[in-house]
Structure formats: structure tokens, C-alpha cells
Write a protein that binds this ligand. Sequence first.
Ligand SMILES: *Cc1c(COP(=O)(O)O)cnc(C)c1O
Length: 419
Amino acid sequence: MTQNRKPYPAGGRSWDDLKQDMIARTADDVNWRGGRTPLYVFYNDEATYEVGRKAYFEFFSENALGQKRAFKSIQSMELDVLDYGMDLFNAPASATGAFTTGGSESIFVAMKSARDAHRAKTGATRGDILNIVMPDSAHPAFDKAAAAMDLDIRRAPLRSDKRVDTQALKTMIDDHTMSIVGSAPCFPHGVVDPIQELSDIAQDAEVWLHVDACVGGWLAPFFTRIGRSTPHFDFRFAGVRSLSADLHKFGFCPKAASTVFFRHEQDLTRSRFRHDAWPSGVIDTATLAGTRTGGSVASAWAVLNHLGETGYTEAARNLAKMTDGYVEGICAIDGLKMHSDPDLTLINFGSDEFDIYLVAEQMTHRGWLAGLTSRPKGMHAMMSMLHEPSRAEFLSDLMECVETVRSGTETQSELKAVY
Ligand SMILES: *Cc1c(COP(=O)(O)O)cnc(C)c1O
């Protein structure tokens, strides 16, 4: 290995030289601009992209850590973004929120608060292993938070429509349950869990309910408003104690940007870290990150104000229409079926007749990165407007790949689902 290690650079290379080098390195990247990535990248339109990019670079040197003392600009934009979220998610006057670097951090922060709230209520201490009861489809960010905080995870089964079986989930709650979870929507199947039912369960059992609206939170309310069947999922349900929603997914804001909201201001205090143990004075942060770029905050503020009510409503219309087109096209291919009826633009389809991973393999040969699910075996795509121009080509490639698999002799693919 050591032979391949790069020597420390001598320096002095010009921007032109560096740029050329960097662009050459993209040669084997998946063509995301051409809609070949079924995850990782989100895009609405060129104007939104440019607003985000420009706002980001206006403030990329400013440090959001210093917003209270040095950068009131960042502080005011961050507070605005959090206000917008609390308005969108029907948060009560008692609510508050925090800006984070992503869904994983938002979830960590929420689970830290839930743990400390449970400890405060029950007197549980360090040695007591608490648990989170969540749908089988919930994001592994919860497992990561649990691994870091020494918590147990219990995954509840899904119903046939891929929403969590709330009765089964209820039976998994015990005295050590510090939180239950619902996704809005979940990543694997793109459907919103029955948040109303989970809210009732949370209230009955007096347990914390976190709604993970990371992927679609900033867009889903607009799907509801244009008359889609996308259900409500927010603080209007009294049992919802915290909610995470990523700006850098269907908020169409540059990475790294997410939000986490709490029904009670006191709950954010539980995740806040305020400490005065070293020689440089008090450190006080609401989230995990210390230094973080002001660019994320500025670009989120700018994109939200650029799109606003009108822009996200239009985005919802365009995306809903596009998703319908994909679903129709997929269902028209003999042997394929949808695994769920999508509440947003995350689709998952498979087959009862052949191994869908074989189709995914064929699609990979044609430059389409495979998005796969394992339970059940499915091809998965989370689509934004990048995927509209490529729709016809995707569907015709898919049809041909299905034909290849049907007429071939292979029965089992060696592919593995990777997120
Ligand atoms: C993406 C995602 C997360 C994690 O967010 P990151 O920004 O990738 O850390 C959590 N939950 C759901 C449902 C997601 O789709």
C-alpha cells in the first residue's frame, strides 16, 4: 500500500492546472446531470441551482459557529430559515429548532434530547440501556445515533402498503423506550408512515415521537396542497415531539443543510452543549458541529426565498406529474410491479417473475447507477427534475433490459443493495 501513497505536494500549481486535473478525475463519475443517479443529487431548475450556488459562495468563509458574536448576517438568516420551517410544519409557539449539517446530525440531536428527556423523567442513568422503536424502513442514522449513545434499536414490521404496522410497533414499546419514530416519507418505499396513529400511541404510552421528514419534509406539504394523497405528518399531531427535515434534499438547497425542530424549547436545551472547562471560555452549541460554513445557511435562506410558496408548489406539480409518468411507464412493462404507491417521488419496483437485480445489472451496463432495496428486492429511485429529461430513455432501456433478462438463462444476480 505504501508504494501507492502520494507524496506531499510541492505546491505552486496554478488554478488552471488544478481545474484541469479535477475535471479529468470526473471521467468515471456517474452522469448525475443526465439523470443517471437514483440518489445523492437533487435539482429543481437552473435558476434555483444558481441562486443556491451564488449565495453559498457569498458566505462560504463565514463561520456559522461565530454567528452570535461575529456574523449577525448568518444568525439572522439561520433564524429566518428556522422560522420558515416552524411555519411550514405547524409548530406551536413553544417550539424551536436548530440548523444542522444533515439528516444524520438532525436525528442524532433529536435522539440525544429524547434520551435526556427520558432520563429526566424516569431517573434512568448511564447504565440503563434505553431503546428506540421504529419502522423496519427507518433510516440507519437512528442506528448510528444508537451506536454512539449506547441505545438499542427495535425495528417494527411493515404492513403490505409498506407503512409501519402500528399495532406491532406498539407492542414493542416498554419502560426503556425513549422514542418511537415515523418517517415522512421513508427512504426505501417512499411512503409516509401513519403519523396520526403513531401520535396517538405516543400520547397513550407517554413516549417521545420523532418524525423523520429528512428526505421530503420541505416539499411534502406542497404535494398535499396540490391535492395529492400525501398525508399530513407534522406538529399538528399533538404526539409529535420532534421533527427532522433536510434542506439539502427536496428543499433543493446546497449541501450541507438540515433542520431539526422541537415542540418544546426546553427539548433543544437538552441537546445544547454549554461548557466552560478549558482555558478559552464558554463553548455553546445546539448541535454536534463546531465550525460549519455560513454558505449552507445563506444558500438555504436564498433558495427558500427564491422558490417560496409559489416555487415549491410548482415544483410539486412538476414532480408529481413526472412521477406519475414513471409509474405508468414501469407498470406498462410486462412482469414489473410497483412495491408501493409513492407519496412523493421515491419509487420502488420489482417483479414476481424474475430477479429484478438482473435487470439492475443490465441497466448498470447502460450507465444507470442502480438503486436497490433488499426487503423486498426492488429497484429504487429518488427523483428530482434531473430525471425528467431522461425519463423516456430510462423507460425504454428498462423495457429492453427486462426483455434481456426474460430471454436469458440467468436466474440469480450477485448484486448487493448499497445505499
Ligand atoms: C437522507 C436521509 C436521512 C439522513 O440524512 P443525511 O443528510 O444523509 O445525513 C435520514 N432519514 C431519511 C429518511 C433520509 O432519506
